[in-house]
Design a protein around this ligand. Structure first.
Ligand code: HEC
Length: 153
């Protein structure tokens, strides 16, 4: 790596950590796409875990790997609910306008989901399918709790 590349990379890291969330997205559409993409990946990996839990011979490694990914992905969507992204998007955002107003409630729902997801990842490492199934149910409830109030059908 040349020095120039190194300093550009360093500047990128600084921008990513220091800039306000708003500056991470060139336009509101980008923020909508970002959060939809993050949720779509979370949903995909929840589906993979569900598939394993329904099978006669669940593959614990698949569950562990998806749970670990969901733990990381669960941190992503919420910085993208920026002012100006209340409507628009392609497909159109399903976020209800209230999610941009009820900051404290939304934060607590997001943190609850992240905590349940972290517990799922930890439980998956233990490999006990019944315990994983129970915790998977808790994660599902924490998703639904937010969707009921803040996502359109
Ligand atoms: C704090 C609120 C909140 C929590 C918690 C939450 N979601 Fe969502 N989710 C939303 C909102 C709002 C949208 C709509 C985003 C948009 O269209 O801009 C959404 C969209 C989605 C979508 C559709 C993505 C797409 O393709 O557009 C999926 C799938 C999804 N969520 C899955 C989950 C799962 C699984 C969990 C739990 C592990 C979860 N969500 C937790 C608020 C939440």
């Amino acid at each position: 790596m040349t020095n120039k590349v190194v300093s550009i990379a360093a500047a990128g890291i600084l921008a990513a950590t220091a800039a306000p969330a708003q500056a991470q997205f060139a336009k509101p559409e980008d923020a909508i796409k970002y959060r939809q993409a993050a949720f779509a990946l979370i949903g995909n990996h929840m589906g993979r875990i569900n598939g394993q839990l329904k099978s006669n011979a669940p593959n614990v490694q698949v569950i562990q790997s998806s749970a670990a990914l969901i733990e990381t992905l669960s941190k992503l969507p919420f910085e993208a609910f920026i002012a100006g992204s209340e409507s628009g998007g392609n497909p159109p955002t399903r976020a209800k306008p209230e999610i941009f107003k009820d900051a404290a409630k939304v934060k607590s729902l997001a943190e609850k989901m992240q905590a349940e997801v972290a517990k799922l990842a930890a439980t998956a490492k233990g490999g006990d399918i019944n315990a994983i199934r129970a915790q998977f149910g808790e994660v599902g409830k924490s998703c639904k709790a937010c969707h009921d109030d803040y996502r359109r059908d």
